[in-house]
Design a protein around this ligand. Structure first.
Ligand SMILES: *Cc1c(COP(=O)(O)O)cnc(C)c1O
Length: 478
């Protein structure tokens, strides 16, 4: 039906069919299917309508070919992956928001195999009967920790939940006030304990807890004593905590188990590579802990998982808990975990084979050489508005592991040349780095944007350099 506005600018927008008959749209249709392409063309026309109605678009902008280009961009956006790899130049090696541990090659190959071929996930190859998925890693975990038995769940939060729910449902668990930890991402010991159905009995004070505090709190309702590793904080000064061995002795004198949430739980003494000492899972088992829980993707350097090791009878009870079925790991996790654990059987070669340890122990000279190599390229990419210099900096292990220790590192510091508006210039630079095809994540500190090179290994360097020329354009667009 025509009206007085029949010749209005909107009428000049081509119909969907005309756009679909352009060579570009035909090509899109062949690649992405007719329904997606039609929908994209319709959306492009709808998006242009207000501007067309207002007479803001010229004939060229209204041409079917131009609209097909809009549709192509929409299709590309829709099909672009949301889950992207990035460059972690934050200086935090185990960055929870960036996916924590990077897996060694052996684990990657095993995951690919498990994804593309059937496997003996729960199949006993000796008998042909049903197997237990934990069996794939239990022997290894026992050998590496000295524990009698082991099981694996989705993450350490699940491990703590399951351990408490199994041992202390409807009863009490005793924890020091100095260990009521909150980890980022809403893991709080008191909340997890409540959801596990057990009652928290706090003992001691924030800075000091004594053996008699634990002993004095034990009553008829007590089901377990618990110790939690001080992740991401340290209590210093006038402090006292009770060592695992002593708490274990108190627990055992009352016929109770000691559960230790070790958090990052390392399997080897990191001090042998010049890193700060952290108690190993074996140390804590030897000290008398009845159950120890720890993460798979922190210091261990494996996939996300929660490992529970300890007494055979307690692990058996955990495996019978119906919650275990809800919290169990999938085959990809087990496929990745087994080769990582196996690397620990040859501890001498861990620094070259285990990616996380290789990053923790990266020689400073390596990073310094890389800084020198990259500096001119980065300077020309950011232009005269920023001064780029090489600087010593401090990396962190991350994920709550060894929170007060830093690793001496090298990086690039990018500073706005003009002090006026420096804050927004830094924010723009940070945003431009994030907008690159493979986003670069740095950190802003003391008036500069820092790119800590610890996690930029040699094999990543070409990919990093290849996209630097795009940085200028990204800066101009922000
Ligand atoms: C990291 C941590 C957790 C949580 O472990 P996830 O594997 O992230 O679930 C729990 N307790 C402590 C002490 C931790 O350090």
């Amino acid at each position: 039906m025509s009206s007085a506005s029949g010749a209005a600018p909107a009428a000049r927008l081509p119909g969907v069919d005309r756009v679909l008959s352009t060579p570009l749209a035909r090509q899109l249709s062949a690649e992405h299917g007719a329904s997606s392409t039609t929908a994209a063309v319709r959306a492009a026309i709808d998006a242009l309508r207000p501007a067309a109605l207002a007479g803001e678009l010229d004939g060229e902008a209204l041409a079917p070919e131009a609209i097909a280009h809009h549709a192509a961009r929409r299709l590309a956006d829709r099909l672009a992956p949301r889950f992207k790899t990035v460059f972690n130049l934050t200086g935090t090696v185990l960055h929870t928001n960036l996916g924590r541990a990077l897996l060694p090659d052996a684990a990657v190959q095993a995951v690919v195999q498990a994804l593309t071929a059937p496997a003996n996930l729960e199949y006993d190859l000796a008998t042909g009967g049903r197997g237990d998925r934990d069996d794939l890693v239990e022997d290894l975990l026992c050998e590496l920790t000295g524990a009698e038995a082991a099981t694996v769940v989705n993450n350490n939060a699940a491990a703590v939940l399951l351990a408490l729910n199994t041992l202390a449902l409807g009863r009490e668990a005793i924890v020091s006030r100095g260990e009521l930890v909150e980890i980022g991402g809403a893991f709080r010991i008191p909340d997890v304990m409540a959801r596990a159905g057990s009652t928290l009995v706090e003992v001691g004070t924030t800075n000091r807890t004594h053996a008699h505090d634990y002993a004095g709190a034990i009553g008829a309702q007590t089901a377990a004593l618990m110790k939690v590793h001080c992740s991401n904080y340290a209590i210093t000064g006038f402090t006292k905590s009770v060592a695992e061995a002593e708490v274990a002795a108190i627990a055992h004198a009352h016929g109770l188990p000691l559960v230790v949430d070790l958090g990052s739980g390392t399997l080897v003494d990191l001090a042998q590579w010049g890193l700060p000492h952290e108690p190993t899972v074996r140390d804590v088992i030897a000290a008398g802990a009845d159950l120890v829980t720890f993460s798979g993707d922190k210091l261990l350097g494996g996939p996300q998982a929660g490992l529970i090791v300890g007494r055979k009878d307690l692990i058996a009870a955990i495996k019978k808990n119906p919650l275990k079925r809800a919290l169990r790991v999938g085959k990809l996790t087990l496929a990745a975990l087994e080769p990582v654990l196996r690397l620990y059987l040859t501890p001498e070669r861990l620094p070259e084979r285990l990616t996380t340890l290789r990053l923790f122990t990266r020689p400073q000279a390596d990073m310094q050489a890389q800084v020198a190599q990259l500096l001119p390229d980065v300077q020309s990419a950011v232009g005269a508005g920023y001064a780029v210099c090489s600087a010593a900096c401090s990396s962190q292990i991350g994920s709550g592991a060894l929170p007060v220790n830093t690793l001496p590192s090298w990086g690039l510091a990018l500073q706005p040349v003009q002090s006026k508006g420096a804050g927004s210039a830094l924010a723009r630079l940070e945003a431009a780095l994030r907008a690159l095809p493979r986003p670069v994540i740095g950190r802003i500190e003391s008036g500069a944007l820092w790119l800590d090179l610890r996690c930029l290994e040699a094999h990543e360097l070409p990919a990093f350099q290849a996209q630097l020329p795009l940085l200028g354009k990204a800066l101009a667009q922000i």
